[in-house]
Design a protein around this ligand. Structure first.
Ligand code: SF4
Ligand code: SF4
Length: 282
């Protein structure tokens, strides 16, 4: 079963929910940190990393002996990663999405693909949790191939918790697609509500069952509750805006370790989701 944890906005407590959910289980759990531009679940889970793998995308390399500067490759590249002048061809690997179109369509077979490392994937263990994350190199923009590489480690029969990137763009969609359930974490502020509404549109489009967890409940107004009620979206948990939780977060201590009663709340959250998903399958 794959449960992704997402949020329309950064800093809402998405990683907090994902980490504590994984820690509330007694085993058989994989944790995937797909927030590859800024992975931070390791700060709380403190995994022992045992494997590191380079992740590359194929980028074109032109053999100028064969190239006639016809410009066909520039025409097919939707990402402006190729410039062709009279007697010069330039490739901009940072803009290349590795689609392979230019290689395929070059009439002179002058292009071959070479690997360009965009980041690393790390695999390890955090106690009984199997931990995998991706780290995109600074300056790289292609997060989705790295997220795909991380997700290839998903094993059948495990409970898989995915910490998705914030926002509603391609990396989020790549992270949450295929999930059995998605938790949208928000905070009760106007910004939180605005970005929650965008995230709701995305999960609805992807047809993933979802519910909301409100973090820092009590901080702002009750417009998030009103919106969820109007849209028939269940609120499965509210984590209060409280000093003890903020202090444990600032020290990199998961809530379930600092305040053990929360283990029961996170287990309840998980049980509700599992029951919902299992009922849906029957
Ligand atoms: S399509 Fe091939 S031959 Fe034409 S400019 Fe590009 S690399 Fe050169
Ligand atoms: S592989 Fe695709 S994105 Fe990259 S340069 Fe070629 S056409 Fe453009």
């Amino acid at each position: 079963m794959i449960i992704s944890v997402a949020s329309g906005k950064g800093g809402t407590g998405k990683t907090t929910v994902a980490v504590n959910l994984a820690l509330s289980l007694n085993g058989n759990v994989q944790f995937l940190d797909c927030d590859v531009e800024e992975p931070n679940a390791h700060i709380f889970l403190k995994p022992e990393i045992t494997e590191r793998h380079s992740v590359s995308i194929p980028v074109p390399k032109v053999d100028e002996e064969k190239c006639t500067y016809c410009g066909k490759c520039r025409e097919v590249c939707a990402y402006n990663a190729i410039a062709v002048m009279k007697n010069v061809i330039l490739i901009f690997p940072e803009l290349c999405h590795g689609c392979g179109g230019c290689t395929l369509l070059c009439p002179k077979k002058a292009i071959k693909e070479v690997g360009k490392e965009i980041g690393v994937m790390q695999i390890g263990k955090a106690g009984i949790i199997e931990f995998i994350n991706g780290k995109l190199h600074i300056g790289e923009s292609m997060a989705t191939p790295l997220i795909r590489a991380v997700k290839k480690n998903i094993l059948n029969g495990k409970i898989v918790i995915i910490d998705a990137p914030p926002g509603t763009s391609c990396p989020v969609i790549e992270s949450i697609k295929g999930s059995d359930y998605c938790i949208l974490v928000t905070e009760p502020t106007p910004f939180g509500l605005n970005d929650l509404m965008l995230a709701v549109e995305v999960v609805r489009k992807l047809k993933i069952p979802f519910a909301v967890v409100i973090n820092r409940a009590g901080l702002g107004d009750n417009k998030t509750e009103e919106y969820c009620q109007k849209e028939n979206i269940p609120i499965l948990m509210e984590i209060p805006f409280c000093k003890d939780i903020a202090v444990s977060y600032s020290k990199g201590i998961p809530i379930v370790d600092a305040l053990p009663q929360y283990k029961i709340y996170f287990r309840e959250l998980l049980t509700n989701i599992i029951n919902y998903v299992e009922e849906g399958k029957n």
